[in-house]
Structures are given as C-alpha cells and as structure tokens.
Design a protein around this ligand. Structure first.
Ligand code: ADP
Length: 461
C-alpha cells in the first residue's frame, strides 16, 4: 500500500497521510459508479433536484469543517476557505434546478416529428489540481451529477482531504452510494487509469497545460470527450483614463490571492506610460499592505505556497539580481512562505512569458491601446484578464480584442458559478460553470418519428 504524507504548508509539518489507490481501485469504482448512475438517472427529475439541494445543505452545515481542512491541507486563509465551501454549496444549489430543466428540442422536419434528448454520458472522471481543491471538484461534479451522471474525482496528490470529505457528505445527505467517489492517487496511476477506462465517457481535467496536453493525447486513444482548464498568464491593463488609485489598490489582489496559485492570476500588469510612475508609487504601499500570515487568522489575506517543491519553482523566477521593484512581507520560520513580489523585467524574460503560479507579478509600460492589446495577446495562454478605464467605448473595444475567456472591466472579479468559465488558446478547451455547463455532460440523442405524408394512409384520423 502506498501512502502519501500530507504536509501543512504553514508549518511544514506532516499532519496526516492518505492511501494512494491503484488502477484496480478505478476498475472497482467504475463498476460501482455504473450501478449508482443507473438508479440515479432512473429516479425522477424532481427527486434528483431535491437530492442535490440536500447535498448543498450538508455542505452548508459542514462549511467550517471543510474550510478548516483546506486551511491545514492547502494553507488557504480561513476567510478564503470559507468562501470556497460556500461556493461548493452554491454550485450544487444552482445546478439542483437542472434535472427539471434539462429539456431537449422539437425540430421541424417533413414527414414526422423530430425530438432530441439530453442524455447523461454515464460515468465522468474529474481530475483536479491542488490550488482550489474543493471548488474545482464541484465545477465538475455539480453539473455532471445534475445531468444524470456518476462522477469519479481524482484529487491532486497533495490536497485530497476536502474532496474526500465532500464525497462522504454526498452519501450522508442521501445520494446513492457510488454516485460520487473520490479516489486519491498519483496522476500517472489513478489519473491515467481514469482516462483510459472504457467505462468512463468523459474526463474533465484542470491543471497545467503540460499535463493537459498529455491528458488530451491519452483521451484520444479511446476518443473520449475532454474539458480542459489549463494555465494562464493574464494581463491587467491599466489605462491612463482609469481610476488609477483604485487600479493600483486592487492590483495586488488580482494576482496575490491564494498566493498567486490561481490560473486566473493577473500576473502581468500593463500600465500606460503616462501614468507609470504614479501607478508604481501607489502600487508599492498596496503590496506592502497585503496581510501575509497564519492562514488560521481571520484577517489573513495571503498564506504560504502549497509545498516545498512548488516554493522552489516559484523562487527560481526571482534569482539573485532579478529586477525586483519592491516586495511585501512574509513570516520567517517554517512553512513555504514567499512574499508578494513585483518585477520590472525585459519583455522576453521568462517571468513575463511563463506561468509562475506564485505571488510574483511583472509590470510593463505601453504607449497606446493597440500596443496594450498586442502585449496582452502576446502569450500562449488566454484565460482571464482585467481592463481599467473609465471610457466605456475603450472598455468594449479592448474586451473584444483581448483573446481570453474571462475578462473583468474595473474589477478582478472571481469566478461566478452562474457565468461560463474557460480559456482561449492553450488555456483550455470547453467551458465550465454557467447555465450551459450541464449540457457538456450529456450526449444529444436525436429521434425521428415518422408520421407520414398522408395521415389517412397511416390509418390515423
Ligand atoms: P501541477 O499543477 O502541479 O503542474 P498537474 O497539472 O500535473 O499539476 O496536475 C493536475 C492534476 O493532474 C493532479 O491531480 C495530478 O495528479 C494529475 N495528473 C498528473 N499527471 C497526470 C497524467 N499523466 N494523467 C492524468 N492525470 C495526471
């Protein structure tokens, strides 16, 4: 039996371990999931809606417990972890309306009646990363369950605990045993077994672009559907005609939330040259003001990085002699602490081009709107981004011109469960959340019923 030791990122101490499963466990899980899915899809739409609301209520009742698990396992600040537990509840509540609304269509045809059915795929695999373990799991299992599927989640190696607890809460709240299962294990063992399993019809993967490419290659072997939510290197574009004070005050939170371990992090700040000096003068105290510390404290805004290996990776972007403009603070002592860091590198520096996934932001100047758009789009990624301007026409023009799936004007809005989320270019394929997400977990079945050109001849009157 392989065991993974789980480390508290704030103390660097091992606090629990978890059994890492193997491919045989995936086989067993799929058999159980198929059985559960048949009874789930066979139950009434109203009862499925009620069951999802009961699951949401169980999450609500255990929100503090789930948040505490995430604080210890992932180093998330308590306030953020509470938001995450509430977000899971909201995702389930939002999609609890789906079973009674997932209607097909009736399409005009000659000679008969044509109707479509939105049928469940069957068993869906959801492979999640370590940065937002419970919320990202719910983006997969919420709409997938609502569309009548069973779901098998493989959490990231370092951060399985909230997902494991959510699957227990699903059963405690009355969902059929086996309908939502969580299988901790290695990506190249359990993850690959899920992708290769003939009993699983779709895989939702969230993680790095490098691994996402591999997931897509493997899924191609069995022509399996994939949704991929991958990396980002998003721009925060600040125009001279913006509320510069607000743009500077909020910029740290657009990138340093979750210690920058966020695929939506606005990790490239682009500032119009005429306000560059003013912006930097305002940004410095804002960065210094980010409260970095014990994630268990209510007021903490930023915790540690998730692990020692990840700390090493982030640190490699700030070598000795790096063009550091200024830095915030971080606690000394054990734990994987990294202070918020602002760099002013050359455009071709790897800190400008690669996803760092830590609290490191680059700042570059631009001269006009066309250059801002060109710089924002000069990336293999296209996940999110922000645009700061008081000029509505400019806001619309730039929103349409930036090749990215999720843009915010005069804000760094977090993901909303009611709106679609996903990336352009190498940031992914498909969309999660929003009103259409359940459809991504269905097969469309088209049925034509011949009525005949002559009702008399068919024996009807
Ligand atoms: P990171 O963000 O640390 O680079 P990855 O993108 O590699 O992580 O991992 C995201 C998720 O994908 C994790 O649950 C991980 O275990 C899983 N994973 C890693 N490699 C594979 C693989 N070859 N097949 C399927 N899943 C994988």
């Amino acid at each position: 039996m392989t065991v993974m030791e789980l480390v508290n990122p704030a103390t660097a101490e091992v606090f629990a371990d978890v059994e890492m499963l193997d491919a045989a466990a995936v086989d067993r899980a799929v058999t159980d999931a198929q059985r559960a899915q048949r009874s789930w899809a066979g139950s009434t739409p109203a009862s499925r809606g009620m069951a999802l609301r009961a699951f949401a209520a169980a999450v609500e009742a255990h929100r503090r417990e789930l948040a505490d698990l995430e604080v210890t396992n992932s180093g998330h600040p308590l306030g953020q972890a509470m938001w995450e537990a509430d977000h899971v509840r909201d995702v389930l509540t939002f999609y609890s309306a789906t079973p009674e609304r997932l209607a097909g269509r009736q399409i005009p045809v000659s000679g008969g009646v044509d109707i479509t059915f939105a049928e469940p795929i069957g068993v869906v695999g959801v492979i999640t990363p370590w940065n937002f373990p419970m919320t990202i799991a719910s983006w997969g299992f919420g709409p997938a369950l609502a569309a009548g599927n069973a779901v098998i989640v493989k959490p990231a190696e370092w951060t399985p605990l909230t997902s494991i607890r959510l699957a227990e809460l699903a059963v405690e709240s009355g969902l059929p045993e086996g309908l939502l299962q969580v299988l901790p294990g290695r990506g190249d063992v359990v993850g690959e077994a899920i992708i290769g399993h003939p009993g699983i019809g779709k895989v939702v993967f969230t993680g790095s672009t490098r691994t996402g490419r591999r997931v897509m290659e493997q899924a191609a072997q069995s022509v399996k559907q994939v949704t991929l939510e991958l990396g980002g290197k998003s721009a925060n574009i600040v125009f001279a005609d913006s509320d510069v004070a607000r743009a500077a005050a909020t910029a740290p939170y657009g990138v340093f939330d979750n210690a920058g371990q966020d695929c939506c992090a606005r990790s490239r700040i682009l500032v119009q040259r005429s306000i560059y000096d003013e912006f930097m003068e305002r940004l410095e105290p804002a960065v210094a003001g980010v409260r970095v510390g014990d994630p268990r404290d209510d007021g903490t805004e930023m915790g540690p990085l998730v692990s020692r290996p990840h700390w090493e990776k982030v640190a490699s972007y700030v070598p000795d002699g790096a063009p550091v403009a200024f830095r915030g603070s971080a606690p000394d002592g054990p734990g994987f602490w990294f202070p918020p860091t602002v760099l002013t590198p050359q455009p071709d520096d790897r800190s400008v081009r690669e996803e760092i996934f830590g609290p490191v932001v680059t700042v570059q100047a631009f001269d006009d709107e066309a250059q801002a758009v060109a710089m924002a789009n000069d990336s293999a990624y296209g996940l999110s981004g922000s645009i700061w301007t008081e000029n509505l026409s400019r806001a619309m023009r730039v929103s349409r011109a930036v090749a990215s799936g999720n843009l915010s004007v005069n804000s760094h809005s977090a993901v909303r469960y009611s709106t679609p989320f996903g990336g352009y270019k190498q940031s992914g394929i498909g969309r999660e959340l929003g009103p259409d997400a359940p459809s991504a977990f269905t097969e469309t079945k088209n049925v034509f019923i011949a009525v005949g050109p002559d009702p008399q001849a068919e024996g009807t009157s």
